[in-house]
Design a protein around this ligand. Structure first.
Ligand SMILES: Cc1ncc(COP(=O)(O)O)c(C=O)c1O
Length: 508
C-alpha cells in the first residue's frame, strides 16, 4: 500500500494516484481530517520503545530472510520488555486456568488438576455468560476480591475490593487516571512529575492530554536513587509554568532498574504530602527484584505504616500480568488500587470507565491467576513454584551478566540492575562521533544505536527516548533474551564498542 502521509491532502492524493495502486473517485477529493486539522497533541507524542530503530530492525529481519549477507544471522531484540516474544515460556498453571475459562467443556477433562478446575470455575461463576460476555466496567467481583486478598498478604494491610479496578494492562489504568486528573487551574496546565529517565508511556500520555511534564532527574551516581532535593528543585521551577498535581514513581524502575529503599519512599511520601500531590506508584515490576539486599516495598504499605497524616494521602498503585515471572504482555491483564480517593471522584472515574464497557475478560482471568496462585499443598503448587522461580532466577543471572559485561567495556558505565528488566548504561562517546551524528541530524545516542543495529543486529533503544541529563548519552537494553542469546549479544556488543572506540569500523 502506498503511504499517503502528507501535510497537504491534495498532494497526498496525487502521490497515491501516481503510484498507481489505488483507484481515485470524486469522493476522494479533499480530506476533512488532515495533519493540519487533526488533534495536534497526537502529532507531538512519541514512543521510543517502538520508534525508528525498531522499525529498521524489522526491515533488517526481512532482508536477512530474503538471504541478504550481514555480519550476523539474526536480529537480537533487546528493545522491548515483551517477555514471551524473547522466548520466556508461559506459566503452565496460568495457561491451564485460562484454557478452562475459555473452553469450559474441558472442565470434565482428566488432563487438568483439581485446583486448576476449581480456579476456573470460580472465575466463571462471577461472569454473566462465560468469558464471552461483558463484565462490570471495574472487572469481575471474584477477581477484585482476590486482588484485595493478594494486597493484604503482601502488605499485611487490608484492601477494599471496591477500591480495585481491573484494567486492560497497567497502561489503561495509568492513562485513565491521568485523564481524570487533567484539569487547568487559574489558566495553568496540570503538571505531572515524572522521573528522568522515564518509561515513555508517561511522556506520550502527558503530550496526548496536553498536560505539562515536570521531569525530576534520578541520581545516576547513586544507582538511580531518587533525590528529594531534586524533587524540590523540579517542582519549584515547574510552578512558574503549571500547577503540579501528581507525582509518578516507577519502582522498580524502567528504564533504570533500581529498587527504592524504604527510607527513600518515606521521603517521597513526605514530599508529596507537603506539596499536595496525588501519588501514582507504578509497581508493575514488584516481582522483579534481583540484587542481594534489595527488597520491594509498596507505597501503600510504607504510607500506611507512617501513620497520620501520611496514611490519608491519595495513592494509585499499578500491577500487571505483563511483567514479573508471568510476562503475559499480550493478554492485557492488570489492576489499579485507588487508596483514599474521594468517593465522588471515584464515582466519576467509574462512570468514565463504563463508557468503554469493560477490560478484556481474558486479561481479568489472567490477573486473577497471578494474584491467587496455588497454595502450599495444592496439586499445582510445586510445579507452579518451580516454574516461577526458574524464570526469576534466569532474569537475576542475566541482570548480573549485563551489569558485569557492560562495566568491563571501557567507555560504558552501568549501574547494578537491582530489579525490573532493563539496564540503562551511560556511554562516553568520542567528540568525532558526536559531531558525525549531529552532521546527519541525529542525537549521538540514536546514531550509536543505529550503528550498533546495522553492524551487529542488536536492537536497543537510545537514551534520548527516555530522557537523560543534557550532554549525557545512554541506551536501554532489556535483560530478556534467552541466556545463550544474551551471552552472544554481550560478545557482539563488546566487539562493536571496542572497534568503534578504536575507529576501526567502516562506514561509522
Ligand atoms: C513502568 C511500566 N509501567 C507500565 C507498563 C505498561 O504495562 P502493561 O503491559 O501492563 O500495559 C510498562 C510496560 O513496559 C512499564 O514498563
Amino acid at each position: 500500500m502506498p503511504t499517503t502521509v502528507a501535510a497537504d491532502n491534495g498532494r497526498a492524493e496525487q502521490e497515491t494516484v501516481k503510484k498507481g495502486n489505488v483507484k481515485t473517485s470524486p469522493k476522494m477529493g479533499k480530506k476533512t481530517l488532515t495533519l493540519d486539522t487533526m488533534n495536534p497533541h497526537i502529532k507531538v507524542m512519541e514512543y521510543a520503545v517502538r520508534g525508528p530503530i525498531v522499525i529498521r530492525a524489522g526491515e533488517l529481519e526481512m532482508e536477512l530472510k530474503k538471504g541478504a549477507k550481514k555480519p550476523y544471522k539474526e536480529i537480537i531484540r533487546a528493545n522491548i520488555g515483551d517477555c514471551h516474544a524473547t522466548g520466556q515460556v508461559p506459566i503452565t498453571y496460568i495457561r491451564n486456568v485460562l484454557t478452562l475459562c475459555i473452553n469450559p467443556k474441558l472442565l470434565d477433562s482428566p488432563d487438568f488438576a483439581p485446583d486448576v478446575k476449581e480456579h476456573a470455575k470460580r472465575i466463571l461463576s462471577s461472569t454473566r455468560g462465560g468469558l464471552g460476555s461483558y463484565t462490570d466496567s471495574t472487572g469481575l467481583d471474584v477477581v477484585r476480591q482476590d486482588v484485595a486478598d493478594f494486597i493484604k498478604r503482601r502488605d499485611g494491610i487490608a484492601a477494599d475490593p471496591d477500591n480495585i479496578i481491573l484494567t486492560a494492562g497497567a497502561s489503561e489504568g495509568i492513562k485513565a487516571l491521568l485523564k481524570l486528573i487533567n484539569n487547568e487551574k487559574n489558566g495553568q496546565k496540570p503538571g505531572v512529575m515524572v522521573p528522568i529517565p522515564q518509561y515513555p508511556l508517561y511522556s506520550a500520555t502527558i503530550a496526548e492530554y496536553g498536560m505539562e511534564q515536570i521531569g525530576y532527574y534520578l541520581d545516576e551516581d547513586n544507582n538511580w536513587a531518587l533525590d528529594i532535593n531534586e524533587l524540590k528543585r523540579s517542582i519549584r521551577e515547574a510552578r512558574k509554568v503549571c500547577h503540579p498535581s501528581v507525582i509518578v514513581i516507577i519502582n522498580p524502575g524502567n528504564p533504570t532498574g533500581q529498587v527504592l529503599t524504604e527510607e527513600n519512599i518515606r521521603g517521597i511520601i513526605k514530599f508529596a504530602h507537603e506539596e499536595g500531590l496525588y501519588i501514582m506508584a507504578d509497581e508493575v515490576y514488584q516481582d522483579n527484584v534481583y540484587a542481594p539486599g534489595s527488597k520491594f516495598h509498596s507505597f501503600k504499605k510504607v504510607m500506611t505504616q507512617m501513620g497520620a497524616p501520611y496514611d490519608g494521602l491519595e495513592l494509585a498503585s499499578f500491577y500487571s500480568t505483563s511483567k514479573g515471572f508471568m510476562g503475559e504482555c499480550g493478554i492485557r491483564g492488570a489492576y489499579m488500587e485507588l487508596v483514599n480517593m474521594d468517593s465522588q471522584v471515584m464515582a466519576m472515574l467509574k462512570k468514565m470507565l463504563s463508557a468503554k464497557l469493560c477490560p478484556t475478560s481474558v486479561g481479568q482471568a489472567c490477573i486473577g491467576c497471578v494474584v491467587s496462585p496455588p497454595k502450599q499443598g495444592d496439586p499445582s503448587y510445586e510445579s507452579f513454584m518451580s516454574e516461577k522461580q526458574a524464570v526469576l532466577k534466569s532474569l537475576a543471572e542475566k541482570a548480573k551478566l549485563v551489569t558485569d559485561t557492560f562495566n568491563s567495556i571501557p567507555g560504558i558505565h552501568c549501574n547494578t540492575v537491582q530489579g525490573a528488566m532493563y539496564a540503562f548504561p551511560r556511554l562516553d562517546l568520542p567528540q568525532g562521533l558526536i559531531d558525525k551524528a549531529k552532521s546527519v541530524g541525529q542525537d549521538p545516542d540514536f546514531y550509536y544505536a543505529l550503528q550498533l543495529l546495522e553492524n551487529t543486529g542488536i536492537c536497543i533503544v537510545p537514551g534520548s527516548g527516555f530522557g537523560q541529563k543534557p550532554g549525557t548519552h545512554h541506551f536501554r537494553t532489556t535483560i530478556l533474551p534467552p541466556p545463550k542469546q544474551m551471552e552472544e549479544m554481550m560478545v557482539r556488543f563488546k566487539k562493536f564498542h571496542t572497534e568503534l572506540m578504536e575507529d576501526k569500523l567502516k562506514n561509522v
